[in-house]
Design a protein around this ligand. Sequence first.
Ligand code: ADP
Ligand code: MG
Length: 681
Amino acid sequence: MAADFDLSSSFIPALHKPSSLLPIARHRKNILYLIDTFPVTIIVGQTGSGKTTQVPQFLNQARWTADGKVIGVTQPRRVAATTVAARVAEEVGCKLGEEVGYSIRFEDLTSVKTHIKFVTDGLLLREALADPLLSKYSVVMVDEAHERSLSSDILLGVLKKIRKKRPDLRIVVSSATLQAEGILNFFSSKTHAIDGSDTQLAIGRIISLEGRMYPVDIHYLRDPAEDYLEEVVKTVFEIHSSEPEGDILAFLTGREEIDVALKMITDRSLALHPKAPSVLALPLYAGLTSEQQLSVFDLAPENTRKVIVSTNIAEASVTIDGIIYVIDCGFVKLRAYNPLTGIETLTPTPVSKASAIQRAGRAGRTKPGKCYRLYTERAYDALTEATVPEIQRSNLAPVILQLKALGIDNILRFDFLTPPPAELVTRALELLYSLGALDDYAKLTRPIGIRMAELAVEPMMAKVLLEAPSMGCLSEILSIAAMTSLQGSVWFEGSDGRKGQETSRRKFAAEEGDHLTLLNVYETFITKGRKESRWCRENHLNFKSMTRAVSVRNQLRRYLERLGVQVEESLAPGQKQKVDGNDRAVRIRRCLTTGYFVHAARMQPDGTFKTVNESVTLHAHPSSLMFNRKADWVIFHELMETGEKTFIRDVTKIEKNWLLEGGSGEYYQLKDGSRSKTAGV
Ligand code: ADP
Ligand code: MG
């Protein structure tokens, strides 16, 4: 019956292309048989073959959810979790949140009716805190396992443990590459104890979906690009003016870059001949609204070429039909953690060969395509084979805190898919110790450590939240925590460019730095702008982000109340500030220092900053209040590297002696003015 559909007809929107035509359809029986028979099933298939959207539906129809159990599907990224959930809900024919839902940090769109639940891998780990055997799930599918995200890796280890206590649990691992073998070995290996008579054959099987791939012509640059962003835009128009129809997918590294590129593309497309085909440029990155995310799947209007400018998310987790041309800037934003300085960065890094190949493959899904690599062939040859798993280059403090809370005390003996380097583990233990989450025996402290693990924010912010009641500023810290958790800036550029934004920002500016400025913004929004998007527009504030901050704050508040922490909301900001404005600001800054002492820096005579051990030079980000201002000691929320410079964002002035209080005192030993850092363990 599928043959009745004429696929080339533009009358059939992509959304209604029958799923029976996907490569996975022919494997349905076999996949169900394997999952029925074996504890672990590994599905390998090219991106777009239907793993993410179809397997959960197969399972649902095969009554894996009959007794109220849930099929959980993890995604390494929030955007992927929400877009695929929306897609599957559409295929199933239900409203999102009913039979099909998703759950990501601070956002839960599921109900008692939900049978298929998409979650981020990090969130499923968090669920294990409350339900250690993940007992509500009949099947857990760890999707995109080839990406080797930190939380997926840990989750696989935790699932291996759970499986021993829950033989009925089915584990499905899906991967776009053949690293699958290693994963099956991992599940069948008997690690430490005597473990029955598992053999690899008894534990599971690998199934490969042969996906069809059309040839992709690869083009390299003759000379290295000076500015890959400019080069992306140039290439878009070269393709547009000289190549036959077909949509373009361009990879850049992050939201800022993508926004700039979109603006450039839109500006330049105005110069196209009025009768020539036009260009419709669309962004795809985390932090877009769901409607924006889904609009990349819409067919472009007639006589229009769609250009999607995306982060790495379109490399494997999200598939868009109709792509014939791929532009690969050659970079991806990767997390990197320096155990010596304790500083974590998110830096554009050259992609691996595996990534470059995967990106190029996005062009050959429906017919032969072309891939433009914006680097030389020599540069390609010099790329590493595969990306280093996140677990080997991340700050491990958050996951170690989680593992400890799950009762896994001996981190070194935990069954890692790939063990992390010892210095990363040591450093994480040191940090958790100085935050008061671990005791001298590296055991989770009560109640602080347990509570830190329960709060859905990173350990430094968790510590600050838990200290806040005793410092009389919990209400304020909650607002600050919510504001700093937003992805991207709350400010937007108006039609008047940067200028208007600057003026608005100055209205809310607090002398002491960005955190208090964010607090001013939040408190004014609550009293003046909550119901009015106009107020936000006039102040160059993103209404959606602000609304989100309110909801995040409510959730954090609920988490705290569940832990038995009472939240007393402060008086209306105007009143409060008059009474003890100065004192209030001091308490807040002091409280922030109890968690963020690791992120302390001192301003140098030339206006740059140095970390405490003077090993790293930092620059205030142009969006920070501390840009071009005088300060001495500061703490900062996060770090970003672009090109040669390391920027700090959300910066607040502090007093040097606050660094000597509490756990931070042990973390830093400041001797006779010479700043030497010794570890706190
Ligand atoms: P895999 O997980 O194997 O990479 P998916 O299940 O994500 O594959 O995708 C299967 C097919 O579904 C893709 O070829 C794509 O065309 C289609 N698809 C997925 N998400 C959407 C969406 N939101 N809108 C339209 N089509 C989609
Ligand atoms: Mg997928």
